[in-house]
Ligand binder design. Structure first.
Ligand SMILES: O=C(O)CCC(=O)C(=O)O
Length: 293
């Protein structure tokens, strides 16, 4: 298998998924790849996230504070949602430009990508949640099957893709992301699909994975934050990727200074500078995954 080595030398695997992982992604709309990060990478990222949390909460008004380009888009004592973590720490930059993870995103997009957003969530059990009530989730999507998805070589592709990596272990009670399996292809009203999933809860799949594992999915899949029922805090880091001609999420465009400091081979990924020079690339199901150097 040959790698995508752009003239600028940023090498990532193609395809990044094994045929079985790709099939899982096609059928269910997501795949969880265990242990994509080493323990050292997870440790560096956790340190960076705890430092960022400390620095943001040290401000007089954490809901409005901006630290190293990052702000809290959701601020409740048990749930912090960080927007634009890209510029906050080299560990986050390394995560968002991780060749294997970018390769996974490119495989699902079907071509070269730009970073569209960089986020993180640090959450714990909601002290007000009634753990005996039937579970309800904040189900949502970032695109729709008839707008943001297409088929090539018989395989599903999506133009808005996320990699969610958990830095803490996720057991069944630890609030891993939940998804409605198969909803990435169903062209029906979202509320109707959600109603079906509440009626047959086997359709709701939850991430259970060791720390350092990555959930890959396209944003047409209906998904939500899971419910934490344990005493364990959850920390996840999120990369959003789109074709190169798309825009970054509102308020998540990298600063010109940061782009200026970014190594040349990674600039198109970080800044979207390739714009309409999008290079499409589609695998077939039988291609084995390219394993890294
Ligand atoms: O908290 C989670 O696990 C879900 C995050 C999410 O909904 C998203 O990144 O779009």
């Amino acid at each position: 298998m040959e790698s995508e080595t752009a003239p600028n030398g940023f090498k990532r695997p193609f395809p990044a998924l094994t045929p079985a992982q790709r099939y899982h992604l096609d059928v269910l709309g997501y795949v969880v790849i265990p242990n994509t990060l080493t323990q050292d990478e997870v440790g560096r990222l956790l340190e960076a996230m705890y430092r960022l949390k400390r620095d943001l909460l040290a401000s007089n008004d954490p809901a409005k504070a901006v630290v190293r380009g990052c702000r809290l888009s959701r601020y409740r004592p048990h749930h912090l949602h960080f927007a634009h973590v890209l510029e906050t720490d080299p560990a986050l930059f390394d995560y968002l430009t991780h060749p294997r993870l970018v390769g996974m995103a490119e495989e699902l997009v079907g071509g070269t990508v730009r970073l569209e957003e960089s986020e993180a969530i640090l959450n714990a059990r909601d002290p007000e949640a009634d753990l005996n009530a039937p579970l309800r989730y904040g189900f949502h999507t970032g695109t729709r099957p008839d707008i943001g998805t297409y088929t090539e070589n018989g395989l599903y592709h999506c133009t808005f893709v996320k990699t969610l990596t958990n830095l803490t272990e996720l057991g069944p009670e630890d609030g891993g992301t939940v998804v409605i399996a198969g909803s990435h292809k169903v062209r029906c009203k979202r509320e109707d699909i959600v109603a079906c999933a509440y009626e047959d809860r086997s359709l709701i799949h939850q991430v259970i994975a060791p720390a350092g594992s990555t959930l890959l999915f396209g944003e047409a899949l209906i998904h939500a934050t899971g419910q934490i029922r344990s005493d364990r805090e959850r920390v996840i880091v999120i990369g959003g990727y789109t074709p190169t001609m798309f825009q970054a999420w509102n308020g998540q465009e990298p600063s010109p200074e940061f782009v200026g400091r970014t190594p040349e081979p990674l600039k198109p990924l970080i800044s979207g500078s390739d714009r309409w020079r999008w290079q499409q690339r589609h695998r077939s199901l039988d291609m084995p995954a390219e394993t890294g150097p």
